[in-house]
Ligand binder design. Structure first.
Ligand code: ADP
Ligand code: MG
Length: 677
């Protein structure tokens, strides 16, 4: 269940009140000119007026019109950040948080962390010393912020929806608080209805309060026409189709950068590799292409390449996840290639399986993607699906994440905020009740909630303090009693990273051999410990990483995250001990957190078929696991990925008696599959 471990967790950009004098001027004249050319600039006065007079202002405007970078600056210039108050702007994506903060700092002529800062999980560049998890962040926001801009509201991520529900509640108590809800699509109406539907507050004659009904402002963009091209026949391999389409554009179309939408790191890396080869062997203008990936988790230096201007005579090809759909603006894009897919989270409350799958996008997304081609001049969008498919089969809108996710983390966030009546919470989109019940059940079995569905003390409060999936947090808590916290912190940090191995394209054999050097018979978690030990012994050497097919950047991140977690662990009173080489306690601690993900090998199965204990779902060990083909009888897994089958990623072998030890009530509750050898 990769909820918080995904790189999609958001963060906040802070515009803190000026400590130093800000009258030193806003950088160079050219930047000032650029700012004035943006479509929102014309609305500056209206925006400031609406925010002044309305509790909630909804601003709809095309991507690139300047909402994210400009509106908080306008507010700051108008004095909203004076007197120790904070203007905050929340983003659903971490990478966007950093990119936007540095852009705005540049525009203001300051350093990130001076007047503009950002907070994401495991990183806080705001001068505020305290680490802020999303929960803490919300508290923090509640007391310090005077304006909160909830950006990219059209995406309807879980964090956004929770925040909207909370803010609506808080507004009733803090009428001076201003909300700005910004969105790239015309969801303005339903948002407005959500904020409208509240018990009307009795307003006294002459009382100086903002009006409670929301204002809606639509920023007219200056998008150019985009010509849409469809394929005539459905394509079977969209990565291959991307490669040939990009080459076609490069050969036949005038200059202009190309933005390609694929789904995730794996297919993006593949496409980058194939395109690079193709460009090398392609007769003509082989030197003209600069091919760059874009996804969260990309090292800083590579991110910067994406945003830097394309040199004369060259053509940039950026191959991106849907992060470039609305959160980020790339200058100079004239051609868009749309695979028609993105990675989406789906959750089935009956089987309790949440998976990240490649799924078709909605028409709304397709339009957004096409729009990216018309920023600087008329552009073209190549859709790798048929027109017939777009018209007749693509759904109009996506489904809010809230309605297709496991809600464990969401419930615990709300509980930690003291919201007891979760079923009665005012959501912009109600989650399915079965999913809510499942979440309560899991939290109850983890010992996080008590019989009255209140956070337990201390477990529940401790779990809520750790900014990770509650199952990981529980694993960390248990490691304290089992005397293996040092090891478990390493594992938790490793699990927070998508992969510590370098991409294996074309070198599968070498990668497998490298993995074997670290492989532990107990499973992937113990293998992580071996890798970590090796990395430390090498003196954190990048050469060592290179030799062993390990991603050096990922390992640096692991060290950083581990350090953060260690500090949190210390704060909440976890005994930081090492079990040296006793891997049994490590496996017990993992089981204590992940007992709900226990699976058993089918007795008759030669094919490695497992069934989940709680739902009898069919699952297999992922080929990337060190236990692939080893197939121990009992395992717990960290997450599932589904392609043709459900695959377990990061698997460890266990003794089934530990399950009963870890969660007696959980396994007694299960009418299914009583545990027998
Ligand atoms: P919106 O939020 O409406 O999509 P933004 O405020 O993100 O728009 O961007 C407005 C403009 O600022 C962009 O069109 C682009 O010209 C410029 N811009 C934003 N981010 C960057 C960046 N990292 N580097 C260079 N220019 C940027
Ligand atoms: Mg934006």
């Amino acid at each position: 269940k990769p909820r918080l471990l995904e790189d999609e967790e958001g963060g906040v950009v802070f515009f803190s009140p000026s400590l130093a004098s800000s009258s030193s001027g806003y950088g160079h004249a050219s930047i000032e000119k650029q700012r004035q050319r943006l479509p929102v600039y014309k609305y500056r006065t209206s925006i400031l007026y609406l925010v002044e007079t309305h509790a909630t202002t909804i601003i709809v405007g095309e991507t690139g019109s300047g909402k994210t970078t400009q509106i908080p600056q306008y507010l700051k210039e108008a004095g909203w950040a004076d007197g120790g108050r904070v203007i905050a702007c929340t983003q659903p994506r971490r990478l966007a948080v950093q990119a936007v903060a540095s852009r705005v700092a540049e525009e203001m002529g300051v350093k990130v962390g001076e007047e503009v800062g950002y907070t994401i999980r495991f990183e806080d560049v705001t001068n505020k010393v305290r680490y802020l998890s999303f929960e803490a962040l919300e508290f923090y926001l509640i007391y310090l912020c005077i304006v909160i801009m909830v950006d990219e509201a059209h995406e309807r991520s879980i964090s956004t929806d929770i925040l909207l529900g909370l803010l609506k509640k808080i507004q009733r108590r803090r009428p001076e608080l201003r909300l700005i809800i910004s969105s790239a699509t015309i969801e303005g109406k339903s948002m407005s209805a959500f904020f409208q539907a509240r018990k009307s507050r009795h307003q006294m004659e002459g009382e100086e309060l903002p009006r409670m009904e929301p204002a809606i402002l639509s920023v007219e963009g200056r998008g150019f026409n985009v010509q849409i091209h469809y394929v005539e026949e459905p394509v079977s391999d969209y990565v291959q189709a991307v490669v040939s389409t990009v080459m076609l554009i490069h050969d036949q179309e005038p200059p202009g950068d190309i933005l390609v939408f694929l789904t995730g790191q794996d297919d993006i890396d593949t496409a980058v590799q194939l395109l690079t080869e193709e460009a090398r062997t392609n007769r003509k203008n082989s030197s003209g292409l600069i091919i760059l990936p874009l996804y969260s988790g990309l090292p800083r230096a590579e991110q910067e390449l994406v945003f830097s201007p394309t040199p004369r005579g060259k053509r940039k090809v950026v191959i991106s996840t849907n992060i470039a759909e609305t959160s980020l603006t790339l200058e100079g894009v004239v051609y868009v290639v749309d695979s028609g897919f993105s990675k989406q989270r789906f959750y089935n409350p009956v089987s309790d399986i949440e998976s990240l799958v490649v799924a078709p996008i909605s028409k709304a997304s397709a339009r957004q993607r096409a729009g990216r081609a018309g920023r600087v001049r008329p552009g073209k969008c190549y859709r790798l699906y048929t027109e017939e498919y777009f018209v007749n089969e693509m759904s109009a809108e996506g489904i809010p994440e809230m309605q297709r996710s496991n809600l464990v983390s969401c419930v615990i966030q709300l509980k930690a905020l003291g919201i007891d009546n979760i079923l009665g919470f005012d959501w912009p989109a109600s989650p399915p009740p079965e999913a809510m019940i499942r979440a309560l059940e899991v939290l109850y079995s983890l010992g996080v909630l008590d019989d009255d569905a209140k956070l337990t003390s201390p477990t529940g409060f401790q779990v809520a303090e750790i900014p990770l999936d509650p199952m990981i947090s529980k694993m960390i808590l248990s490691s304290s009693e089992l005397g293996c916290a040092e090891e478990i912190l390493t594992i938790a940090a490793m699990l927070s990273i998508q992969s510590i191995w370098v991409s294996s394209r074309g070198a599968q054999k070498e990668l497998d051999e490298a993995k074997l050097r670290f492989a532990a018979a107990e499973g992937d978690h113990v293998t992580f410990l071996n890798v970590y030990k090796g990395f430390l012994q090498s003196g954190k050497s990048s050469r060592w990483c290179h030799k062993n097919f390990i991603n050096y950047q990922s390992m640096k991140k692991v060290i950083e995250i581990r350090e953060q977690l260690r500090r949190i662990a210390q704060r909440i009173g976890i005994v930081l001990k090492s079990c040296e080489s006793d891997t049994q306690v490590v496996r017990k601690a993992v089981t204590a957190g992940f007992f709900a993900n226990a699976c058993r090998l089918e007795a008759s199965s030669q094919s490695g078929l497992y069934k989940t204990v709680r739902g009898s779902q069919e699952v297999y060990i992922h080929p990337s696991s060190v236990l692939f083909r080893v197939n121990p009888k009992w395992v717990v897994y960290h997450s599932l990925v589904s392609t043709d089958r459900q695959y377990m990623r990061n698997v460890i072998s266990i003794d089934p008696s530990w399950l009963l030890e870890a969660a007696p009530h959980f396994y007694q509750q299960q009418r299914l599959n009583p545990i027998v050898h």
